[in-house]
Design a protein around this ligand. Structure first.
Ligand code: CO
Length: 139
């Protein structure tokens, strides 16, 4: 099963501008910024109670976030759910007929193993599964 909403991902054009905006909105500053080179994104994270807000800015034109911004503009990009066992959930969802965007979990920002579910198979919502991994672990 999918556990609590781990974070909500928001696509932004300019991370510095968005950091300033969300700091004013949420009343808290980002606790980390992290580049995910393989995805072509720079992220920043805010804690909001039990969950988080993840801002995503493209770092190159072929980034999925660049394509998203071109098509839909800034706004909510994905909803991420915490899972205890990402391999088991990927197998379960595949069995349920959902289309996964990757066959194996990928390393995401914030020390997570992640997998995305295609929005076409999930009611128009890009869903991310994420499992926390200890800082010291390597894949
Ligand atoms: Co995310």
């Amino acid at each position: 099963m999918l556990n609590q909403v781990e974070h909500i991902g928001i696509a932004v054009r300019d991370l510095a501008d968005a950091n300033a905006l969300y700091t004013r909105l949420l009343g808290v500053e980002p606790y980390k910024m992290e580049e995910v080179e393989t995805e072509g994104v720079m992220t920043s994270f805010f804690r909001t109670g039990e969950t988080k807000i993840e801002l995503l800015m493209a770092t190159r034109p072929d980034s999925p976030i660049a394509a998203y911004l071109d098509k839909r503009g800034e706004g909510i990009h994905h909803i991420a759910f915490d899972v205890a066992d990402i391999h088991a959930e990927m197998a379960r969802l595949k069995q349920e007929g959902f289309r996964l965007l990757n066959d194996e979990p990928k390393r995401g920002a914030d020390n997570k193993l992640i997998c995305f579910i295609h929005p076409k198979s999930a009611g128009g919502v890009l869903v991310e599964l994420c499992q926390s991994i200890p800082e010291s672990d390597t894949l």
